[in-house]
Design a protein around this ligand. Structure first.
Ligand SMILES: [Fe+2]
Ligand SMILES: [Fe+2]
Length: 209
């Protein structure tokens, strides 16, 4: 009986805290929403980087060297994204610290399916919503970065989808990828001119294998 009272008391306290948080509108100002989004984006990209790295190890173990190269390149791109969000967060009073989570590694086939779903979510929902919030807050720089990162994630979605569609076709040796230091654009062919996403210089691309 005493336990039941204790649980009821805990639930009531939690509801009160939730009510007070909603009632205090200042916690949800447009600027605060952008700061929260930047934190979520930083956590998201940092953990995506860890996930791609861990999945690359699994791919090598399973004989998918070519897929591992793609994962290494995508990990480098997510690192670029995490850096962008960290800078924006710090400049707006955020902690700039990512909240990390452990990686659950499955088979390469399953890992790819989860990556496709995650990249799709970022492409279609997460970053469009964050860009909308930043625009509403008058934070053009943050809105532009959310849009730019979304464009790079479109490529990740396409590349992972293509690999997932015919995994055995991608059992070849490791290959070279090029990743833009400005926006994380990931491509198997070094662009002759500027980066198609951020218009950065040709020299901004780094080779990853
Ligand atoms: Fe990605
Ligand atoms: Fe770029």
């Amino acid at each position: 009986m005493r336990n039941a009272f204790r649980i009821a008391g805990f639930v009531a306290a939690a509801l009160l805290i939730a009510f007070v948080t909603v009632a205090r509108g200042e916690q949800n100002t447009p600027k605060q929403v952008v700061l929260d989004d930047l934190q979520k984006a930083l956590d998201n990209e940092f953990n995506a980087r860890m996930r791609y790295r861990a999945f690359a190890e699994k791919a090598i173990e399973e004989g998918y060297q070519e897929i591992a190269s793609l994962f290494h390149a995508a990990a480098r791109a997510e690192e670029v994204h995490a850096g962008l969000f960290m800078s924006l967060s710090l400049a707006r009073g955020g902690s700039g610290q990512a909240v990390t989570e452990s990686v659950d590694v499955k088979t390469t086939r399953e890992n790819l399916a989860r990556l496709v779903a995650a990249e799709k979510l970022e492409r279609d929902q997460v970053y469009p919503l964050f860009a909308e919030h930043a625009t509403a807050a008058g934070d053009k720089r943050a809105a532009d970065v959310f849009e730019m990162v979304r464009s790079a994630e479109v490529e990740h979605f396409n590349l992972c989808s293509e690999a997932a569609a015919d995994l055995e076709k991608h059992k070849g040796p490791a290959r070279t990828w090029y990743v833009c230091r400005g926006c994380g654009y990931t491509t198997p062919l070094l662009p002759a001119g500027k980066c198609p996403i951020c218009r950065g210089s040709h020299d901004d691309f780094r080779e990853v294998e």
